[in-house]
Design a protein around this ligand. Structure first.
Ligand code: NAD
Length: 321
C-alpha cells in the first residue's frame, strides 16, 4: 500500500525539500501550512495543500483522520528575534501548535511516526564543547530555543505515556534553494543577494565566528531516514534526538570566500562592529545520526552554495528577501 506522509510547513524552505523527497520515494504527500512565511509555489506538484494553521481544529482533524505513516512537523515561527520580542506568540505557534498536532496523532490512533524539526544551534547554548553531542546539557538562550526544547520534552512524554513513535532532528544551520534571510542560516541568502548585485558583503566583528552549514537536500534525506528507520523505543529525553549537521565549523569569512568562489565573482568584504550576544561558535556532531539513522551529509559547502546562488540568480535576478 502507498505510504502516506503529512508535512507541516511543507510550503516553507526545508519542508518543501522534505515533501519533494517523500514524493520521490513514492509517498502520498499532504501539506499543512498557513503560508505565513511559506509560498504556494514551493508546494510540489503532486502534494495536496491544506491551507490551515497548525493550531486549528481543522488541522487537528486532518491529522486525526489522515491515517498518515509519518508526520514531518516543520511548521514553526522561525525568527529568533521575533521570539525575543513576543515570546507568547512564539510559544502559541511553536509549543501550543505542536501540541495540537501531537494530541491529534494520539486521538487518531494510527501508527504515525512523528519527526519533529528541532534545532542544534539554539538549544545547546554557549558553553558546550564543539561539535556538540545530543546528551550535552541544554542551555537555550532564546524563547525560540526554549520552545523547541519544550516540544522535545513533550515528544518524550507522548512516547513514554501514550506510546507515540516520536523523533526529533536537531538541525544546525540549514541553507539551500528557497531559503529566506530570516532562518538560522539567513546569512547565506543575504550574501547570495549581495554577490548577485555586485555589492559588498557585511561581516560583523572579525568574521571568525563559526556555524555548521548543512544543505537542505541533505536535511530532507535525514527526514526520510528518520521517517523509515526502525528505532529502539524512547527511554529518556535524548534517546530519539539526532543532530543533523556536518560537524564542521565554517567561519563567516570562509563562507564569504567559498560563496564567491562558487559564484565565480569577487565583491568587497566590509567589517562592522560585532553584534552583542552572538554565539561565537556552533557545530553539531552527526555521529549518532550516522550510526543510528544511517544518514550522513553528502553535499559539500562549495557545491551547496553554487546551487543556492544559482537558485537566487534564476528566481528574481537577485532579490533574496
Ligand atoms: N533554517 C534553519 O537553519 C533551521 C535550523 C534549525 C531548525 N529549523 C526548523 O526547521 C523548520 C523549517 O524551517 P524553515 O527554515 O524551512 O522555515 P520556513 O519559515 O521556510 O518554514 C516554516 C513553514 O511553516 C509555516 N508555518 C508557520 N507557522 C505556521 C502555523 N501556525 N500553521 C501552519 N503553518 C505555519 C510557514 O508558512 C512556512 O511554510 C522549522 O521548524 C525551524 O524551526 C530550521
Amino acid at each position: 500500500m502507498t505510504k502516506r506522509a503529512l508535512v507541516s510547513g511543507g510550503a516553507g524552505f526545508i519542508g518543501s525539500h522534505v515533501a519533494d523527497r517523500l514524493l520521490a520515494e513514492g509517498y502520498e504527500v499532504e501539506i499543512l501550512d498557513n503560508l505565513s512565511s511559506g509560498r504556494r509555489e514551493n508546494v510540489p506538484a503532486g502534494a495536496k495543500l491544506h491551507h490551515l494553521d497548525i493550531g486549528s481544529d481543522e488541522a487537528a482533524e486532518v491529522v486525526r483522520k489522515g491515517r498518515f505513516d509519518v508526520l514531518c512537523h516543520l511548521a514553526a515561527q522561525i525568527d529568533v528575534r521575533k521570539s525575543v520580542t513576543d515570546p507568547a506568540a512564539d510559544a502559541r505557534i511553536n509549543i501550543v501548535g505542536s501540541l495540537n498536532l501531537l494530541e491529534a496523532v494520539r486521538a487518531g490512533g494510527h501508527a504515525t511516526r512523528v519527526v519533529f524539526s528541532s534545532t542544534g544551534g539554539a538549544i545547546y547554548g554557549d558553553f558546550v564543547p564543539i561539535p556538540s553531542v545530543e546528551d550535552m546539557p541544554k542551555d537555550p538562550e532564546s524563547p525560540y530555543g526554549i520552545a523547541k526544547f519544550s516540544v522535545e520534552l513533550y515528544l518524550a512524554y507522548y512516547a513514554r505515556v501514550h506510546k507515540l513513535d516520536t523523533v526529533a532532528l536537531r538541525y544546525s544551520n540549514v541553507y539551500g534553494p528557497r531559503q529566506d534571510p530570516h532562518g538560522e542560516a539567513g546569512v547565506v541568502a543575504i550574501f547570495c543577494k549581495r554577490v548577485i548585485n555586485g555589492e559588498a558583503l557585511t561581516v560583523y566583528g572579525d568574521g571568525l565566528q563559526t556555524r555548521d552549514y548543512v544543505f537542505a537536500g541533505d536535511v530532507a534525506r535525514a527526514n526520510l531516514a528518520a521517517a523509515t528507520r526502525p528505532l529502539p523505543p524512547a527511554r529518556q529525553v535524548d534517546v530519539r534526538a539526532f543532530n543533523i549537521g556536518t560537524g564542521r565549523e565554517t567561519s563567516v569569512l570562509e563562507l564569504a570566500a567559498t560563496l564567491q568562489r562558487a559564484a565565480g565573482t569577487t565583491v568587497p568584504v566590509n567589517h562592522t562592529p560585532a553584534r552583542a550576544g552572538e554565539l561565537p561558535r556552533s557545530a553539531v556532531s552527526n555521529a549518532k545520526a550516522v550510526r543510528e539513522l544511517g544518514w550522513k551529509p553528502e553535499v559539500n559547502l562549495e557545491d551547496g552554495l553554487r546551487m543556492t546562488h544559482e537558485y537566487f540568480l534564476k528566481r528574481e535576478g537577485g532579490s533574496a528577501s
